[in-house]
Ligand binder design. Structure first.
Ligand code: SF4
Ligand code: SF4
Length: 192
């Protein structure tokens, strides 16, 4: 027991004399000095585009003919654990029954949303999907409720774009607020 302790002390003494811990720390620091920076120049010149599986702001889809896929069945609002989706159905003028049923009101309160994806799982027509829009900050609570008319507009990143990359970006100030406009043509893989 005594010998073992002495052996450990000698080993510690050698380490202290040779500054091995100090040298190890220095090597790590110098390694970071010569490695590529992982800092993202967001929002001025760069922006992260998430993968397709990202669950951001909702989008309402249309079919190839531009017709709304939502049939106002309300399953999404029933499945929502925070009850932040409101659907009010409206029959259109054709009188052909449920196939022509559309939403008069479809809105989601993003302050209460958990981005859990239960609504898109419950939707029988793939009308609702959680998109890749994640810049949701705004100046007052009124803009956190997203209505059908806005959700039917295509989101800036198309479904065909794979994502998981950093793209070029431009920081834009408008009377309506600020936004970061992505340039999808300038993209590169980057570990974040
Ligand atoms: S993502 Fe979840 S919490 Fe948000 S609206 Fe859908 S079901 Fe509700
Ligand atoms: S989005 Fe889907 S689940 Fe929700 S009301 Fe429309 S069709 Fe039904």
């Amino acid at each position: 027991m005594e010998d073992g302790k002495k052996g450990l002390d000698i080993f510690g003494l050698i380490k202290s004399v040779l500054f091995t811990d100090f040298v190890k720390g220095l090597v790590i620091t110098l390694g970071y000095n010569v490695s590529r920076s992982i800092t993202l120049r967001y929002p001025d010149t760069e922006k992260w585009i998430p993968y397709r599986r990202w669950r951001g702001m909702h989008t309402l889809n249309k079919d190839a003919n531009g017709r709304e896929l939502c049939v106002a069945c309300e399953l999404c609002s029933r499945a929502c654990p925070t009850q932040c989706i409101t659907v009010i159905p409206m029959e259109d003028a054709t009188g052909r029954g449920i196939a022509d049923r559309v939403a008069k009101v479809w809105k989601v309160d993003l302050v209460r949303c958990l981005f859990c994806g239960f609504c898109e799982d419950a939707c029988p027509t793939t009308a609702v999907r959680l998109g890749r829009e994640y810049e949701l900050a705004c100046h007052d609570l009124s803009c956190t409720v997203k209505e059908r008319e806005g959700l039917l507009k295509p989101q800036p990143v198309p479904e065909s774009f794979e994502g998981g990359v950093v793209v070029g970006a431009r920081f834009v100030r408008t009377p309506g607020g600020i936004s970061v406009v992505a340039d999808l043509s300038k993209s590169r893989k980057r570990a974040l």
